[in-house]
Design a binder for this molecule. Sequence first.
Ligand code: SAM
Length: 223
Amino acid sequence: SDSHFPVPISPSHVDYSLHYPQFCQSSDIVAGSKKIEFADIGCGFGGLLISLATLFPETLMIGMELRDKVTEYVKERIVALRKANPGEYQNVSVVRTNSMKYIPNYFEKGQLSKMFFLFPDPHFKEKNHRRRVISPHLLDEYAYVLRVGGIIYTITDVEELGDWMKSCLEGHCMFEAITEEEFEADPVVKLLSSATEEGQKVSRNGGQTFRACLKFGRQKKSD
Ligand code: SAM
């Protein structure tokens, strides 16, 4: 249960020295001007984070994962990568938590520039839709922690869930479509289907995927 893992009482209580010891020698972190910018929600075995870490070496990023053993695996993976590649992978970390409850404990308003929801659990039955990590209610929370222009990336191999995530995002008044040009130019987009363990499994099996990526922006006009 949730009582087995500690939860910071506010974002200023997140211990950066534990997650990013090398970066913590820099004055930006001490002064509080360098913060986590990317969050991989339900990161699983961490494949996306590992790819992002070297693509954005100066950006602090964190995976949030509910399963204890899986979180421990990702921690060990990061420790091993740091050892094998001195100076690299210092910007990536993972935490065991329930993202459906504790996002506001970790991030301030407007802190994040990217949030990832890759191959989330589908919760097929209608009575379980409230357990989905993308929902109208949770999007309010994600909108709070994202900065203007910040992007939510979602992908799934379950068509019904893909439609659900797309309609939640498109139906939310604070999220807007990203243009074709922005999409093409975004180096992260191609990682969505290839970088995670779940994505690799789907592509090995020749499965289709369904993406929805929207930007946190200005309130849509009601017309
Ligand atoms: N994103 C990874 C990938 O693409 O390989 C993992 C996908 S896996 C199907 C979904 C993951 O979300 C699982 O590892 C699960 O433990 C995690 N998860 C489910 N609910 C969660 C929650 N409330 N908070 C954090 N993680 C959660």
